[in-house]
Ligand binder design. Sequence first.
Ligand SMILES: *Cc1c(COP(=O)(O)O)cnc(C)c1O
Length: 424
Amino acid sequence: METSHPPSWLTPGRTAIWPPYARLDAEALPVVSASGVRLTLADGRELIDGIANWWSACHGHNHPAIREAVHAQLDRFPHVMFAGLAHEPAYRLAERLTNLVPGDFTRVFFTESGSVSVEVGMKMALQHAMITGRRYATRFLSFRGGYHGDTLATMPLCDPEEGMHAMYAGVFNPALLADLPEDAQGAAALDRLLADSAREIAAVVVEPLVQGAGGMKLHSPETLKTIRNLCDRHGVLLIFDEIFTGFGRTGAMFAMQQAGVEPDILCLSKALSGGTLPLAATLARRNVAEAFERDHPAAVLMHGPTYMANALACAAANASLDLFEQEPRLEQAAAIEQQLAAELEPCRNLSGVVDVRVKGAIGVVQLDRDAAFLRDRFPPLGVWIRPFRDIVYLTPPLVIGEADLARLTSAIVEVVTGWSRSLP
Ligand SMILES: *Cc1c(COP(=O)(O)O)cnc(C)c1O
């Protein structure tokens, strides 16, 4: 999509940039500012943001409180190495997260991306197995429809057939793959799989309640309880990947609160910094962390990225947590849920539409085919909506107002209805 006044950097840069999940010639819209729920393009057009920086900008763009906190930290220092040196933003954030997350989480390891936080959780589980005399437990079990990152160790946890990394099938030692245990039969199947293979499994990994990048698929709190019970029965650790679901997106602060179960290891990222700066956290529950207090050669977690616990990112995350304390984000998510359910409903009976579903501030219209061909139809309507796989979806900033959200839902209804009517 070309703008009427392309900025001078756009065309020369385009031949140098390698774009994500796209062919090299993929085009992109030039953004010159972002504020609240609006992105401003170089030609002056404004788009209402229905995606929120890949599901992360929960307070909207450029929130003054986060900007101020980052400025204040920038005046002190942007970063210091995190081995042997301590700083307030990270130490305060770690303590706050252990208090905020329900359950007995006692330690926080900071990294700079969600994928790496999952890898750190995997390494915690592997070293925990070594310390506790289960050196043979070197594999992971994950679920069909799941997505846990793009790095080499997280790709095998993603759905091997329908996931984004299907082309890598066979390249890496695959994770054990199971269906989510959504009924008694599924629970029995997972029970059998764990009975056969628990010995070699370091941890089970799951996205609680919503499988995001796998297509925004929902499952019940009961399913999570079943997984927790089976992990306990067979003595394997459980990792919750709340990178997408954390911080209010599903209507609770953390999705796991809706099921009343806790994992042994928890991964957070995306909205942790309010969608502003790269930051992720891997939290260990007391039972995991305490193993690392033993006298054992594996009791030192061998990880330490250069930019871990970046002070600007931690300052942004502390400001984001302040906003969750001061402003009614969960009530806003509940209001968004109601509005999404009412306003996306007209899509349900259109031909070509397979499902309409809503969970918290996530609204999904699922088509009977790949939906990416609809992408170009949204910016001309003044909205930033980017279908992927077979879904047209919204994950707006939690601060979005009723009128702006109505513009997003009506754009979806208009585009999907127009397409549906054109079907033979
Ligand atoms: C986005 C996401 C990741 C990966 O996070 P990155 O920061 O993109 O590496 C992992 N798991 C889930 C559930 C995600 O939504």
